[in-house]
Design a protein around this ligand. Sequence first.
Ligand code: HEC
Length: 144
Amino acid sequence: MKFFLWVALVVFFSGCNNSEKENTEINGDIVYDMYKPSEMSILMNEMYDYNLKIKQEILEGKTPVNFPTNFLNIYTAELSEFKSRNETFQAYSSLFVENQKEICNTDAHSDISERYNNAINLCISCHKTECTGPIPKIKKLLIN
Ligand code: HEC
């Protein structure tokens, strides 16, 4: 029972579903590493909070004007697993950044909530390839 509780906790805090690999076995006991967020996890949570904030602004009829430049760290932030970035990952990073910037483009012709949803859908697309755990949470960011 205790074992299952720990696994559930580890999975819950890591966001992705594959952190059990980080456990080590000492004298037959399984030792669970304390979850330490990676640079990428921290960045992702900032991206989540920012989008939650601007969703509210957009619903209130405001237009966000400042693209947070630290989002460009998506190209370099260290990942929690020793995965290297493949071409798909890079492609999704660029598409996401482009679309997230477009929300703040005051010359854009398309509707702001449409541009916002395009960016959020790119979060989801990348997550489908890399890390499916947070998808239900990300979907709540969409403007219906
Ligand atoms: C280019 C691919 C990609 C894009 C685009 C992307 N993510 Fe992620 N996301 C990841 C990866 C990979 C992780 C796991 C990071 C790690 O554990 O090091 C992650 C982790 C997360 C997490 C879990 C963080 C935690 O606490 O561990 C959340 C929440 C999240 N992303 C939300 C978002 C949101 C919101 C967006 C869009 C605004 C987004 N992601 C865009 C790849 C992406």
